[in-house]
Design a protein around this ligand. Structure first.
Ligand SMILES: [Zn+2]
Length: 220
């Protein structure tokens, strides 16, 4: 199994994948440089050890501090082509409630909205279905997995672990794993989850996890 560290950063998590290379997936939001440096130091790392930053989708809680982290790490930032205009403008992909839980979460979050992300220029813009991460020392791929947003990507490792952003989330009320309660396209979300299940068996979300294959299968 590949070493994956979750940086719990309040509103959303960032994940560090350590193989030959070091990959940061998502950035959290409302976190300053000192806090990131402390999180990296806790793992015996420095910001400059990070070779690539992947943003899973254009929601501010997942990329809000990408500009700061690009400066700290000197690493390029990869996102999907549909996320690029959002990142450049500090924008936010639509969060569409898919079910009753989504409505409840939106209501709960409303006092904290809108989340404000710093605009950031992506360096690697993913246009196809997959992007190989081998050049960054990671035995895996970024895979286009739309549904939660139309710009969502996941990282699928050869080890069978996958980092899926908000495609799988714990309920903020019970902690139980759920399929994204926000989805711009429910059918594409389900297709993406089935695609991920065919390629991985342990799933790390941007707000919790990891979730096992059995846990995810029960959600379909
Ligand atoms: Zn999201």
């Amino acid at each position: 199994m590949t070493e994956i560290h979750t940086l719990v950063l309040g509103f959303a998590n960032a994940l560090l994948v350590r193989e030959r290379g070091l990959l940061l997936v998502d950035t959290g939001i409302h976190v300053d440089e000192t806090r990131y440096a402390a999180e990296f130091a806790r793992l015996g790392l420095q910001a400059r050890d990070i070779q690539l930053i992947v943003v899973t989708h254009g929601h501010a809680d997942h990329y809000g501090q990408a500009a700061l982290l690009k400066t700290m790490t000197g690493a390029p930032l990869l996102c999907h082509e549909k996320a690029a205009p959002l990142l450049r403008n500090g924008g936010h992909a639509p969060a569409v409630a898919r079910n009753e839980l989504g409505e409840k979460v939106l209501k709960m979050l409303r006092p904290n909205l809108p989340l404000v992300a710093a605009p950031v220029e992506p360096d690697i813009i993913m246009t196809g279905e997959e992007f190989d991460l081998g050049d960054y020392g990671i035995d895996g791929r970024a895979v286009y997995t739309p549904g939660h947003t139309d710009c969502s990507i996941s990282v699928v490792l050869a080890s069978g672990q996958a980092l899926v952003g908000d495609i799988l989330v714990p309920s903020p009320f019970t902690g139980e794993p759920c399929l994204a309660y926000f989805a711009t396209d429910e059918q594409r979300l389900l297709t993406s989850v089935r695609h991920l299940l065919s390629q991985a068996s342990l799933f790390y979300g941007g707000h919790g996890g990891p979730f096992t294959k059995d846990q995810v299968l029960k959600l379909l």
